[in-house]
Write a protein that binds this ligand. Structure first.
Ligand code: GLN
Length: 440
């Protein structure tokens, strides 16, 4: 713990929003004392981990990498984090990310752009960029990210590690700052399938504090050793389009060949075009974030900027403290929800989401697993992607569909800074981990 705290303190990748050094050293001393007394310790006891700065951990800063919450301290602890603490894991750091999860590069933050673990000229990916880089550089053993439309899977791919977005609801969202509540998921980033399995087991479970949480069964160590996947599918239109970089396409087709050589049947599937997926996701995500962030007006939380009356105080607090990207989303979200637009845009988005879910139900009658690249491109240079927000949204083309479908999906590193995405039907994380092991 001490060693890793030192590394985090000195790191130049901008992964740290705040260090939890006092708490971490205190918890580590307790584990030491247990070991000295010869007491048995649990699987996660003494294991250092990181937390994306959108989770509550009582008494510590929870900034969402935003000016608005720069000085905010958590009043309580998120369920997922509490479960890790109860298992003896040691939180080291609140990690840099895109403000409120808004972004795909970890540049939309007041703490400075997170630098990629493999090449510091490149973006780390986002929004859970600090979490991915901390794991990749061994500053933490695992980190807890948040994934609304790809924020765990995409930076995992960009930094050559594993990242799991579980089935929606498998892990309680209580204490995770809401971005888009209908697709927000809590999940782990780590360097091995085994670590992903262990951390997922600890955090999973129904929680009375989150009405959308679900029950699930534990995934045992043995359960993921023997592959049972017989048929794999992939979306033809993800691979046959102009947006995919030739290298990403070649890597993916090579994975498909490998799967075939291992005796698995491969089927081509049809899916919605990328522009429909991205526009549906951003319509709903912006609508939900406009609603969720309306509470941040400087009265109950955050960095209030006083003005002549209450209305002006709200306006100045929000316009001075939110980033350009967050404001773009609040304005966009309020527009799609407003009279004259909501039927045409928001309700249409909801209808397409249902069609996407129906499409997946049909797919999983034919195949056990769906494979896809995580992103159409490899990570861009820091600074480049900020110039074109629309291009940044389009880079989420391969992750957002699975989010809208609320499916479990895992990024498997390929050593190429892109990653392979393995998706299964709802609640079938076990099958994903099995298949990931089988592909190793
Ligand atoms: N890049 C996507 C967005 O900006 C996903 C972010 C996330 O999953 N938090 O909405």
């Amino acid at each position: 713990v001490k060693e890793k705290l030192e590394l985090l303190k000195k790191n130049t990748h901008n992964t740290v929003n705040s260090l939890l050094d006092t708490l971490a050293l205190d918890l580590a001393a307790k584990v030491d004392a247990k070991i000295t007394k010869g007491e048995e310790i649990g699987l996660l006891e003494g294991i250092p981990f990181g937390i994306k700065d959108v989770y509550m951990l009582q008494g510590t800063f929870a900034t969402a990498s935003s000016n608005l919450l720069k000085n905010y301290k958590s009043a309580y602890t998120a369920t997922a984090i509490q479960k890790l603490l109860d298992a003896g894991a040691i939180p080291l750091v609140k990690e840099n990310c895109d403000s409120f999860g808004h972004g795909s590069s970890s540049e939309n933050t007041i703490f400075g752009a997170v630098k990629n673990a493999v090449n510091t000229d490149l973006v780390a990916g986002g929004s859970s960029g600090g979490s991915a880089v901390n794991v990749a550089l061994d500053y933490t053993v695992f980190s807890i990210g948040g994934d609304t439309g790809g924020s765990i899977r995409q930076p995992a791919g960009y930094n050559n590690i594993y990242g799991l977005k579980p089935t929606y609801g498998r892990i309680s969202r209580y204490g995770l700052m809401a971005y888009a509540s209908s697709t927000d998921c809590v999940g782990p980033l780590a360097k091995s399938i085994e670590d992903i399995r262990i951390v997922l087991n600890v955090m999973s479970g129904k929680d009375a504090k989150d009405q959308t949480s679900i029950t699930s069964s534990e995934i045992t160590e043995d359960a993921i050793l023997k592959n049972t996947v017989k048929t794999v599918g992939y979306f033809k239109n993800f691979i046959e389009n102009d947006a995919i970089a030739p290298k990403v396409k070649a890597d993916f087709l090579q994975s498909i060949e490998k799967v075939k050589l291992k005796g698995i049947k491969v089927k081509e599937l049809d899916f919605f075009p990328s522009d429909i997926l991205v526009s549906t996701y951003y319509t709903l995500a912006m609508a939900e974030t406009a609603s969720n962030l309306s509470r941040l007006d400087g009265t109950n939380y955050g960095n209030r900027i006083e003005d002549k009356n209450l209305k002006e105080t709200y306006a100045v607090t929000r316009s001075e403290n939110f980033s350009e990207e967050t404001k773009r989303r609040i304005v966009g979200g309020n527009q799609v929800l407003s009279q004259g637009f909501s039927d045409e845009i928001y309700l249409k988005g909801l209808a397409i989401r249902d069609q996407i879910a129906a499409n997946f139900t049909k797919d999983f009658e034919e195949v056990d697993i769906i494979l896809s690249p995580v992103t159409p491109m490899s990570p861009p240079k820091i600074g480049d992607s900020l110039k074109d927000p629309l291009a940044m949204y389009l880079s989420d083309a391969y992750t957002v569909g699975f989010s809208l479908g609320q499916l479990p999906t895992l990024t498997v590193p390929q050593g190429t800074q892109t990653g392979l995405q393995i998706t299964a039907a709802k609640n079938n994380e076990e099958l994903i981990l099995k298949f990931a092991n089988f592909l190793k």
